[in-house]
Design a protein around this ligand. Structure first.
Ligand SMILES: CCCCCCCCCCCCC[C@H](O)CC(=O)SCCNC(=O)CCNC(=O)[C@H](O)C(C)(C)COP(=O)(O)OP(=O)(O)OC[C@H]1O[C@@H](n2cnc3c(N)ncnc32)[C@H](O)[C@@H]1OP(=O)(O)O
Ligand SMILES: NC(=O)c1ccc[n+]([C@@H]2O[C@H](COP(=O)([O-])OP(=O)(O)OC[C@H]3O[C@@H](n4cnc5c(N)ncnc54)[C@H](O)[C@@H]3O)[C@@H](O)[C@H]2O)c1
Length: 310
């Protein structure tokens, strides 16, 4: 019994020291996911710097976080507004915004990338950060569909690289997929798992396989939905209603595509078509491509399969 206790104490203290090692987090991408990741990291006491390519984008991202925090406060502190204000203020005090990723990454413990779903852009970003980030800094990608191994391929720190796949909206969805590829060290994998739990999520682990767990099952379902619409089998609205009332989903596939971002969905489809060109399900959708070409990206642009203009 004594041995088991001391082993447990050692493991807990190691986990605590790993978490203590992640004091500052750099989130790159101030969009749908980067803002949510910034929020949950800051809420859990981490110092976070959120970076994007322009000051306008990071300022808008900060405003999105404030709006989201107000929803959390309204729900969690409805009976104690003073505590709610304290929570809001302390969370916002943990957040900085910046546009100089190299400067920020030079003194950070964990980089979480949540930029456009494009392999080349992600590789270029990590390659430049690998040259300036401290030796101990862990890199993680929030990619939906790209192989972590490929994203990491431009970096020396292959052992300190993994995937942290959050779900949208990050403040609400309880899951994080922690992804390791061949070179990810046990220490890194455990640090990413500890971090996912420290920000209040349930973590699952997965090999570096296309779509990890959720998207491997979700993407084909959503692609079947768009084929159904393109064949004229049913309307987008009826497909959404059917999946909500018939399968108990909180959103139907077209509502969800609008929520995720039709551009991101297109990037995912295109990437999987490139990986498996003979799979008819993954062939490019004329409808999806048309919407993106017209700038109809879903909720983020005010119109997608549905209109969100007030
Ligand atoms: C069909 C075309 C196919 C094209 C090909 C597709 C290929 C690619 C597809 C895969 C994409 C993968 C993307 C990614 O990698 C993986 C994902 O993230 S998948 C998405 C996972 N998420 C979901 O499935 C979300 C499902 N929806 C919901 O859970 C809910 O609808 C909702 C979003 C939580 C909203 O809840 P509702 O009850 O409906 O409505 P409310 O707005 O009132 O919210 C309720 C309550 O929740 C809190 N809340 C909601 N949003 C936020 C927020 N942003 N921040 C903080 N809190 C929030 C809040 O307390 C709300 O209460 P209120 O404040 O309103 O009192
Ligand atoms: N949208 C979702 O539901 C969802 C869920 C889980 C994971 N993801 C993944 O998260 C990532 C981001 O998705 P999103 O929906 O937040 O996209 P988004 O379009 O909302 O935000 C992407 C942000 O990245 C910024 N950006 C692009 N290139 C950059 C660069 N070189 N340096 C810094 N910033 C850059 C853009 O300016 C933009 O603000 C993608 O890899 C996506 O697959 C998305």
């Amino acid at each position: 019994m004594a041995f088991a206790t001391s082993a447990l104490v050692r493991s807990l203290s190691t986990s605590a020291s790993r978490q203590a090692a992640i004091k500052h987090v750099t989130v790159i991408g101030g969009g749908l996911m980067g803002t949510g990741i910034t929020q949950v990291a800051a809420q859990s006491g981490h110092n976070v710097t959120m970076c994007d390519v322009s000051d306008d984008i990071v300022q808008k991202g900060l405003a999105r976080i404030q709006d989201s925090l107000k929803r959390v406060v309204k729900k969690k502190y409805k009976d104690d507004p003073t505590a709610g204000q304290k929570f809001f203020d302390s969370t916002m005090e943990n957040i900085r915004i910046d546009t100089n990723v190299e400067r920020v990454a030079a003194s950070t413990d964990l980089v979480i990338e949540a930029i456009i779903e494009n392999l080349d852009i992600k590789q270029k970003l990590f390659s430049s950060l690998d040259k300036v980030a401290p030796q101990h800094t862990i890199f993680a990608s929030n990619t939906s569909s790209l192989p972590i191994k490929d994203i990491a391929s431009t970096c020396e720190r292959q052992d300190r690289f993994g995937g942290l796949h959050f779900f949208n909206p990050v403040p609400v969805m309880k899951l994080v997929e922690v992804v390791r590829f061949g070179a990810t060290s046990n220490e890194t994998f455990q640090s990413l798992t500890d971090f996912g739990q420290a920000v209040g999520k349930t973590t699952v682990s997965c090999k570096d396989t296309p779509g990890f767990i959720v998207n491997r099952l979700l993407v084909p379902y959503m692609m079947e939905a768009v084929r159904m619409l393109e064949r004229g089998d049913a309307s987008a609205k009826d497909i959404d209603v059917a999946m909500k009332l018939g399968a108990g989903y909180p959103m139907g596939p077209f509502e969800l595509t609008d929520y995720v971002g039709i551009d991101t969905c297109k990037f995912i489809m295109d990437g999987w078509h490139e990986l498996d060109p003979d799979q008819p399900l993954f062939k490019p959708s004329e409808l999806v491509n048309k919407l993106v070409a017209e700038g109809k990206l879903g909720m983020k642009s005010g119109e997608g399969f549905y209109s969100y203009k007030k």
